[in-house]
Design a protein around this ligand. Structure first.
Ligand SMILES: C[N+](C)(C)CCCC[C@H](N)C(=O)O
Ligand SMILES: O=C(O)CCC(=O)C(=O)O
Ligand SMILES: [Fe+2]
Length: 420
């Protein structure tokens, strides 16, 4: 919690200082020096109800049931006029460092749904009111970046999500879009009737993304042959985990295709990490907070044959966007978690308590979705959200797959009109 307190205190201190400064200014009659002290404007028209106030250090706008606060530098920086912004490349041309940090508008006026700011040098900026609502901090705070359906086994099974057919995935935008929509909502999705070869699996992957090459290769192909220093390359059971927690940026998506299994066992376990984390948030919010604030290391050390690797990734178990507290990444791999030496003893004890609470949620049998991967059925897993594991097995089992770069999967989804 000490991470949290530091920044909280800092911001309290800042606010206190700000209040003091304003008080001091008012007491010594400095107010008259600032002609813009506070200007209130009420504009009620037939179509919109918009009110604004010009404060000393920011612009306050009420519109579409939202009270918004805009810094003047921010407003000047976001001018979309032809000289400040290239709307063809969608890039800023304005040199932000040339803006006076104490800039204030000379005049402000509203015309229909557009606000006009005239700056001291005469430059005019137009802001569409809806654009401001959409891009204000207050507007963003109320929104989720990624809509999701959190699930346990029953919720997932009841949803009866269809698998997408290989042909329709490769050849139609509808097939691909349906697949991606399900993938974004649930964090897992299946493609069926895939010819059981590495080449066809690669084709699938390339349809939605770039393949993320790692120390395991580009497309990997593995059996229980101990070829690498990792339990994945055995017949042992693997408890739920996310992969590559020891990368600074864990792989975004994992693709699995079981090409062959002559034997018993070997089912795949899937658990929605965000569903479990949400339960922790409801039951013990301070534990959720701790898991999202305490950074830890995960580590991969290997010395086998030609493979010499030492990877270290640092980050908290739960990663959230600070402005809306939305979860976007869970790192959970008890096998690969490194020595904890970055956390003082009293915090570490509370961290273990929080880790236990999360583990209890992740291990509830009702949260476990078990599937048997078969040749022809390819599974895509959001490795930032859904944990996977496997049952021990007998006999010869061959799995192929790859990791995908997350940015490129999301890019494909956005190009198809999905929110991602
Ligand atoms: C998928 N593939 C077999 C290539 C890699 C396995 C990586 C296993 C590692 N312990 C981790 O969880 O990251
Ligand atoms: O063998 C399996 O089904 C999965 C093993 C595993 O966790 C992995 O390869 O990442
Ligand atoms: Fe794994």
């Amino acid at each position: 919690m000490w991470y949290y307190r530091m920044s909280y205190l800092q911001s309290r201190l800042k606010n206190l200082l700000k209040a003091r400064v304003i008080q001091a200014l008012e007491q010594s009659n400095f107010k008259s020096l600032f002609p813009l002290a506070i200007h209130r404007h009420h504009t009620a028209s037939k179509t919109q109800n918009c009110t604004w106030q010009q404060h000393e250090d920011h612009f306050e706008l009420q519109y579409a049931n939202t009270v918004m606060h805009f810094d003047y530098v921010w407003l000047r920086d976001h001018c979309r006029s032809a000289s400040c912004y290239n709307s063809k490349t969608h890039q800023r041309s304005l040199d932000t460092a040339s803006v006076d940090l104490y800039i204030k508008p000379k005049t402000i006026h509203l015309d229909e749904t557009t606000l006009f700011f005239t700056w001291p040098d005469g430059h005019v900026t137009r802001y569409d009111l809806d654009w401001l609502v959409k891009n204000s901090y207050e507007g963003q705070k109320k929104k989720v970046i990624q809509p999701r359906i959190l699930w346990n086994a029953e919720i997932y099974q009841q949803a009866q999500i269809p698998s997408v057919d290989f042909q329709s995935f490769l050849e139609t935008n509808e097939g691909l879009k349906m697949f991606l929509q399900n993938f974004l909502l649930y964090g897992i999705a299946f493609v069926e009737n895939v010819p059981p070869t590495q080449e066809h699996t690669e084709k699938l992957a390339e349809r939605i993304s770039l393949i993320r090459e790692t120390i395991y290769g580009r497309m990997w192909y593995f059996t229980s042959d101990f070829s690498r220093d990792d339990t994945a390359y055995t017949k042992l059971a693997l408890d739920r985990h996310t992969d590559t927690t020891y990368f600074q940026e864990p792989c975004g998506i994992q693709v699995f295709h079981c090409l062959k299994h002559e034997g018993t066992g070997g089912r795949t376990l899937l658990v929605d990490g965000f569903y479990a984390a949400e339960k922790v948030l409801q039951k013990a919010p301070e534990e959720f907070e701790l898991l999202s604030k305490v950074p830890l290391k995960h580590e991969y050390i290997e010395n086998v044959g030609e493979c010499h690797n030492h990877m270290i990734g640092v980050g908290p178990l739960l990663n959230i966007y600070p402005w809306n507290k939305e979860l976007y990444l869970i790192r959970y791999n008890n096998y690969d978690r490194a020595v904890i030496n970055t956390v003082p003893y009293d915090v570490v004890h509370r961290w273990y308590t929080a880790h236990r609470t999360l583990t209890v949620e992740l291990r509830r049998p009702e949260n476990e979705l078990w599937v048997k991967l078969k040749p022809g059925k390819v599974l895509f897993i959001d490795n930032w959200r859904v944990l996977h594991g496997r049952e021990s097995f007998t006999g010869y089992r061959q799995l192929c797959g790859c990791y995908l770069t997350r940015d490129d999967v999301l890019n494909t989804a956005r190009l198809l009109g999905l929110q991602a």
